[in-house]
Design a protein around this ligand. Structure first.
Ligand code: MG
Length: 347
């Protein structure tokens, strides 16, 4: 029998985080620890406000899931189906359980999680490092602090996008990923912006327009000189089909899709239909980041900087070395608690 314990946790950002429609200084999360036959596995639900889940809804979901009987918790396919069938939605809560079960399965089977999918680490890509929208001097300071990182990710979709890029170009010529977070409302001006960005050493554009605008997105994709990556448009496996013609790739995040198992299925489907894969994240601790990291050898792009942007990471994990992602060969997720966390048992 699995025994669940949880800890509501407030993830504190080093800098205020701003995207096209809001800004914040912390992100609520719920950490999860599952005991099973002498092993313990860690999971995490990170809850940025637009996801609708709350710490309370996550804990309630854990309480329901803790009553579920799993015949063999190393049978990740069946565990994932069972968790998914408990209730609709609740994807961050589901991701937390899926992550903890993967950590357990790795420890029980004496393997790192990536080996559970026969993935060979090889040399991993550089992660992009996010520079949030901010005042000019602050942007420059953040860029200087990000010296280690080879690719920067910039949040646009504001009224002064070109000024932001020009400010960045005063301090660095590094390649950029741009995320408009649905902030551009007109396809022709979006295309003009993308053409201009190409000349500024931007490598790709994420979610340029609102997810509802499939036809405009398709037109933009067909005319864009840069790859267009879906984020808000694609949450789970089922969302891929209707977006195939509107994007060149998809940004997969564990908190959106419900965990490592679903993310793996999405990667396989994306490869079948010729979509590129980015692995992305929310503001997360090294627990959820280490979980996504297990799949990075299968991805074309990685944006796994969430744990690097926070000041109270409760876990140790060396996820990045000199800007490049790093998979340890430790068992499970390969993470350790930095200090004893006051987990609360679900009886
Ligand atoms: Mg995005």
């Amino acid at each position: 029998m699995m025994k669940f314990s949880y800890l509501p946790y407030s993830i504190i950002l080093k800098h205020q985080f701003s995207i096209s429609y809001h800004s914040r200084k912390s992100t609520p999360a719920v950490l999860l620890k599952i005991f099973y036959e002498g092993y313990e596995g860690f999971g995490e639900a990170a809850l940025p406000p637009y996801l609708e889940e709350t710490q309370e809804s996550v804990v309630n979901f854990f309480k329901q899931a803790s009553k579920t009987y799993f015949e063999d918790i190393t049978d990740l396919h069946s565990v994932s189906q069972t968790i998914d069938s408990i209730a609709p939605g609740n994807y961050s809560a589901k991701a937390a359980i899926d992550i903890a079960v993967h950590d357990l399965a790795g420890k029980i089977l004496n393997k790192p999680c990536y080996a559970l999918y026969n993935i060979k680490p090889g040399q991993l890509p550089f992660t992009s490092f996010t520079i949030g929208a901010d005042a000019e001097e602050m942007i420059k300071q953040k860029i200087r602090e990000a010296d280690e990182f080879k690719i920067l990710k910039i949040k646009l979709g504001t009224k002064h996008d070109k000024e932001i890029i020009k400010t960045i170009r005063e301090v660095t010529g590094k390649p950029l990923y741009v995320d408009a977070n649905q902030g551009w409302r007109d396809k022709k001006s979006a295309l003009e912006m993308i053409e201009w960005l190409k000349g500024e050493n931007v490598l790709l554009v994420e979610q340029p327009m609102p997810k509802e605008e499939l036809d405009d997105l398709q037109w933009l994709k067909e005319n864009s000189p840069l790859p267009i990556i879906a984020d808000e448009s694609v949450q789970r496996l089922n969302d891929i089909e209707k977006n195939i013609n509107s994007f060149d790739g998809i940004n997969i995040k564990l908190m959106k899709c419900g965990g490592i198992k679903e993310a793996y299925k999405m990667i396989m489907r994306a490869k079948e239909v010729g979509l590129k894969v980015m692995l992305g994240c929310m503001t997360e601790t090294s627990c959820a980041i280490s979980a996504a990291l297990q799949l990075v050898p299968l991805a074309d792009y990685a944006d796994l900087d969430g744990n690097l942007l926070i000041s109270n990471d409760p876990f140790f994990a060396q996820t990045v070395i000199e800007g490049r992602l790093n998979l340890s060969n430790k068992l499970g997720l390969g993470i350790e608690q930095k200090f004893n966390l006051p987990f609360i048992d679900i009886s």
